[in-house]
Design a protein around this ligand. Structure first.
Ligand code: 13P
Ligand code: ZN
Length: 273
């Protein structure tokens, strides 16, 4: 038995591999983090290094004090995660104030967690609180069609969400809260983390204009599939616009009926009723 046989580890590596296969992770693009359960931490503990150095997170997440996260390494290529997990991902533990982290496993050839650690952890903190601990995954990718649309669609949540809801009948049921939009900002720091995590209180997915997408969810399947569904919607949108634009679409009342029939409330302010 090795730490790599643990289910959470396989799920994490599976997302990295599949995201790369989808074309969402050129070079070191994108990153993934997972908040481990107490049982998973106990199972992984025999493989941990003792007394490693603490480093600053670059923001503060007091509600995540002492928690353990599996995260991708900064500058590491998603393509390499399944080939050499121990050199491209790591487990970190946060300190009692949620201001510092230390690497307890992984990144054996050196390195540090993703440069988007502030955004990942601030998103985890808000989601942990608002979902009573249910959400454990934060995933950032660079899906091409979604990024392309941020150059063409108005950068407001209502227009963006409505357009992508229209692109496949079941989309409003998959992302009923819609898409948040973060205007272009310098990535990798506290400022974009604060802006993103504020929006994550109301949304499960946040677009970073001209950059990519952040998704959150309870588990790997749910979070990966949210990314997949949104990017598929963006792909259809790009095709429709390339063919000269919409000539017909789903009626506005159709979204209301869909929501009622499936029993999934959707954000009504997105609709023009
Ligand atoms: P990292 O390699 O530091 O994870 O950065 C990749 C990225 O997508 C930054 O937004
Ligand atoms: Zn990025």
């Amino acid at each position: 038995m090795s730490i790599l046989d643990e289910k959470f580890m396989k799920g994490f590596i599976g997302v990295c591999a599949e995201g790369y296969r989808k074309g969402w992770h050129e070079r070191n693009g994108g990153n993934l983090s997972y908040r481990m359960t107490a049982d998973e931490t106990a199972a992984a503990m025999p493989y941990f290094k003792a007394d490693t150095a603490w480093a600053s997170i670059g923001t503060e997440v007091p509600d995540l004090a002492w928690e353990y996260f599996l995260v991708t390494g900064s500058g590491k290529h998603m393509r390499n995660v399944p080939l050499e997990p121990q050199n491209n991902i790591c487990i970190i533990q946060l300190d009692g104030k949620g201001e510092n982290y230390r690497i307890v496993w992984g990144l054996e050839e050196g390195g540090r967690p993703t440069s988007e650690l502030p955004t990942h952890l601030m998103n985890h903190e808000i989601k942990k609180k608002l979902t009573q601990g249910k959400y454990r995954v934060i995933y950032h990718a660079h899906p091409g069609n979604l990024i392309a649309l941020t150059f063409v669609l108005p950068l407001d949540s209502k227009t963006f969400t409505h357009e992508l809801w229209e692109m496949a009948t079941e989309n409003p049921l998959v992302f009923p809260k819609g898409l948040a939009i973060v205007p272009w900002m310098v990535p990798g720091g506290r400022e974009i983390a604060v802006a993103t995590s504020k929006l994550m209180a109301d949304f499960d997915a946040a677009v970073w204009a001209h950059h990519g997408l952040f998704c959150s969810g309870a588990d790997f399947d749910e979070t990966f599939s949210l990314m997949d569904t949104i990017e598929k919607a963006a792909e259809i949108c790009v095709k429709v616009r390339s063919m000269g634009g919409k000539r017909q679409t789903i009626p506005e009342q159709g979204f209301v009926d869909l929501s009622k029939d499936f029993g999934i409330p959707i954000k009504e302010e997105i609709l023009d009723l």
